[in-house]
Each structure stands twice: as structure tokens, then as C-alpha cells.
Design a binder for this molecule. Structure first.
Ligand code: PLP
Length: 437
């Protein structure tokens, strides 16, 4: 098609690298979300809200390092902290002062993180959260919500053909699916029924603003109800704050929405754009990782290893980023610019009479491509009035073409045509994105 031809013409360097990668990595890529036809862009440089590909094309970046860059690319304070740390060594095989500063920086913003353990990723953080919950409660089942993403370990894996429906994805034992209770978020009747019907549920895990950072939003009242119902039934509430943590507010979704979880997972912004995650929460639950406490209680301690836990470079980047977040209006700025962007994009859709809508909360946005042809007004669109399936099931071919067309016009979004903003995005980026659309 014309779009593909125009993309190829702009990106010969990316095409050459994609060719080299094709017999190296499955699909030539290192993360499923980088799968793109005819190939994805290869990027070599990024600064603030922008990044540049190997052919020198500039992009307004709404991918934001998969959400890890609330402060934009190469924030000077974060970059300097990493450079300084790198001169002092990258791994000591020992405890180090930077991990204490990092942990205190988390606690300062999230008081419910009474104890924490660093991991290398968000996937590892939810894995440990679930293990802790099962060990603490002595129960086995896990309650989760359709479409909510919590990483790719066995207990969270959802395939593409059976997207998170609870049936096992290839390579995952069927017993895992049997221990999963899958519900629709916002369905309070279903939640109450599930909790009344089973007494083997250890924990409920949720993306607090909704599936895929609010692509299918969770009503705040449902989150409050989930807190109450889980407490009543002795079920631990795990808030997966991997995307929302330190983004929607300094203290994450738990601060923004006023709901305190028992356990939480962090990654992304936590480590300032470097690899890193954390599981955190109640002292009595995290004490299952404590040698002394478990020995005294005659309990078997839960093992926790990980070569790169609290890596000094990640600790330096994370501490610096959290310090900037604690002392500036970075969250509020990203949220405000995102609201302006959503409005500007909807104004374009309304003017062009395209029956789509841009929506979202905090610093995110999602494009609703109206797969069922509903009558909507982009300027008055309410995602909570739509069926979740309509929000989640974007027309894939159309989204792929639109993403390519936006890239040709210098804008990079995620594959669902949405993304996140940083505190460095401003009016120029809003104008640029509206112009591209
Ligand atoms: N939980 C949520 C809500 C996420 O968005 C992600 C990643 O996008 C994860 C967990 C997994 O984190 P990681 O990619 O660091 O393993």
C-alpha cells in the first residue's frame, strides 16, 4: 500500500537492521509489542519527549520507554546519577548504600510500602506478590480481572488467542488456570458472588486504573468496593502499580484514588528508565521473606534471590527520578498536558467527522476506533458507557496502518494507538500530534 511504501522510503536504515535481526530473534524482535509490519523503527537517540531513528527521522514519543519515563528521555539529573554510579562499579555482590536511599525514596512517596524487596522487573514483582499472598493466607486461588496485564510469568500468562480468559497458554500448566478466578472489573455482583462461592482465594490482583493503563477503565468506586470485599473475606489486595506507580500521582494510584492495598508491585518509573522492580506492602506479609521473623515463628522462609536485585545503576537512576518526582510538579504537568492532548485529538476527529474518540485518565491516552460502529461524539465520549470488548478489541489492521501513518508523520504511539506523556511533553508535542492525526 501507499503507507507501507512511504514508510519504507523514510526508513531504509531501520529496514537494514530489521533484516539483520530476522534470523537472530524470533520475529526479529526482543519484545512482542515491537512487532510491526513491514518492520519497526530502530532508534539510536532520545531526549525529552523525542527520539530519533537510525535514518535521522525525529519522533514525538508517546511510548515513553513502555511508561518508565515520566521525566522524559535522558533527564539530566537521572543521567548524571547513572554516569556517576557507573564510575564506581556496576555490581558489588554485596549490600550497598544506594539501595537504602532507593528504598527510602519509595517509602517517602508510598507509606503503605512498610517493607519492600527490589526485583529486576515488574514481572518478578507480581510473581513474588502472588507467592507471598498464597504463603501468608495458606490459600491457593487468585482472583484477577479480564484484560489486566501483570507480566508474563506462568501465573499471569495470557496467550494471544485466548487473551487472559483463564485457560492456559501454551507451555503453562493447566493447574495454573484452574487456580485463577477471572472476573470483569466493575462487576460488583460478580465479585461478591465469587468471594461468597469460594473460600480458597488468596489474593485479588488489579491494574488500579483499568486494563492496559485504563484502556478499559476501572471505576474508582469498584476499586473501593474491591478493597472492602477483599478485607471482609480475608483476601489480600495486590495493586499492580507497575504503570501507575509514581505516575498518576507521586504516591501512585493508591494515593490518587485513596485505596490502600496489602501488597503492591512497582517497576518502570521506580527505576528511572533502567531495569528494576519491587514488591512492597504490609510488614507482616513481607516478613515471610525475613530470616529472623520466620525462624522465630517456626515458618519456612520464602526464598528470594536475583543477581540484579537493587542493581547500583538502577538504584541511582531510581533514587534520582523519585527525588525529582517528590520535589517538582512532574506528575501534575504530565497529567495536564495529557488532558490537553486528548482534547486536541478529539477536536481533530470531530472536525474530520471521524466516529472515533480519544480518552484516558491521568497522563495516558487511548484511541477508541469504534469497532462496532456505535454513534459517538468524540467530545463527549464516556468509555465506561461502552462494553469492555469494544474498548479492548481494536480493529488490528486499521490500527497497524494508522500507527505506520503516524510514524511517517513523526509520531510514535503504542500498537493500540495510545500512550503516555512525560513532564517534558508540552504544547509543541500536542500540536505535533494533532497535526499528524
Ligand atoms: N504489570 C503491569 C501493569 C505492566 O504494565 C507491566 C509491563 O508493562 C508489568 C506488570 C510487567 O512489568 P515488566 O515488563 O517490567 O516485567
Amino acid at each position: 500500500s501507499r503507507i507501507v511504501a512511504a514508510f519504507r522510503e523514510r526508513t531504509p536504515g531501520s529496514a537494514a537492521f530489521a533484516e539483520q535481526a530476522s534470523d537472530l530473534f524470533p520475529s526479529g524482535i526482543t519484545h512482542d509489542s515491537r512487532h510491526q509490519y513491514p518492520y519497526g523503527i530502530y532508534v539510536t537517540r532520545a531526549e525529552g519527549p523525542r527520539k530519533w531513528d537510525v535514518d535521522g527521522n525525529a519522533y514525538i514519543d508517546f511510548f515513553g520507554g513502555h511508561g518508565s519515563l515520566l521525566l522524559g528521555h535522558r533527564h539530566p539529573v537521572v543521567a548524571a546519577a547513572v554516569a556517576e554510579a557507573a564510575t564506581e562499579g556496576t555490581h558489588y555482590g554485596a549490600s550497598h548504600p544506594r539501595e537504602i536511599a532507593w528504598g527510602r525514596a519509595v517509602q517517602r512517596l508510598v507509606p503503605a510500602a512498610e517493607r519492600l524487596r527490589f526485583t529486576s522487573s515488574g514481572t518478578e514483582a507480581t510473581l513474588m506478590a502472588v507467592r507471598l499472598a498464597r504463603a501468608f493466607t495458606g490459600k491457593t486461588a487468585l482472583l484477577r480481572f479480564r484484560g489486566h496485564f501483570h507480566g508474563w510469568h506462568d501465573h499471569m500468562a495470557g496467550g494471544y488467542s485466548n487473551h487472559f480468559d483463564g485457560t492456559p497458554t501454551p507451555g503453562v500448566l493447566s493447574g495454573v488456570a484452574e487456580q485463577t478466578v477471572l472476573l470483569d472489573a466493575n462487576d460488583l455482583v460478580g465479585l461478591r458472588a465469587a468471594l461468597a462461592a469460594r473460600d480458597d482465594i488468596a489474593a485479588a490482583i488489579i491494574e488500579p486504573t483499568g486494563a492496559s493503563f485504563g484502556q478499559v477503565p476501572v471505576e474508582p468506586s469498584f476499586l473501593h468496593a474491591l478493597r472492602e470485599e477483599t478485607t471482609r473475606h480475608g483476601v489480600l489486595l495486590i495493586m499492580d502499580e507497575v504503570v501507575t506507580g509514581f505516575r498518576v500521582a507521586r504516591g501512585g494510584a493508591q494515593a490518587a484514588l485513596g485505596v490502600t492495598p496489602d501488597l503492591m508491585s512497582f517497576a518502570k518509573i521506580l527505576a528511572g528508565g533502567l531495569p528494576g522492580g519491587a514488591v512492597a506492602g504490609r510488614e507482616d506479609v513481607l516478613s515471610l521473606l525475613d530470616f529472623g521473623v520466620t525462624a522465630k515463628a517456626g515458618r519456612e522462609k520464602i526464598a528470594h534471590q536475583g543477581t540484579y536485585n537493587a542493581n547500583p545503576l538502577s538504584a541511582a537512576a531510581g533514587t534520582a527520578a523519585l527525588e525529582v518526582i517528590a520535589t517538582t510538579d512532574a506528575n501534575a504537568r504530565a497529567n495536564a498536558t495529557a488532558a490537553t492532548l486528548r482534547q486536541a485529538l478529539n477536536a481533530v476527529l470531530a472536525e474530520e467527522r471521524v466516529p472515533w474518540a480519544v480518552y484516558g485518565t491521568f497522563s495516558g491516552f487511548h484511541l477508541f476506533m469504534n469497532p462496532e460502529g456505535a454513534v459517538i461524539d468524540p467530545l463527549r465520549f464516556d468509555p465506561l458507557a461502552m462494553p469492555a470488548s469494544a474498548l479492548k478489541n481494536q480493529p488490528k489492521d486499521l490500527a497497524a496502518k494508522l500507527r505506520l501513518a503516524l510514524q511517517i508523520h513523526g509520531v510514535d504511539t503504542n500498537g493500540r494507538i495510545g500512550g503516555v506523556l512525560s513532564s517534558t511533553h508540552g504544547e509543541a508535542e500536542v500540536r505535533g500530534a494533532a497535526g499528524a492525526l
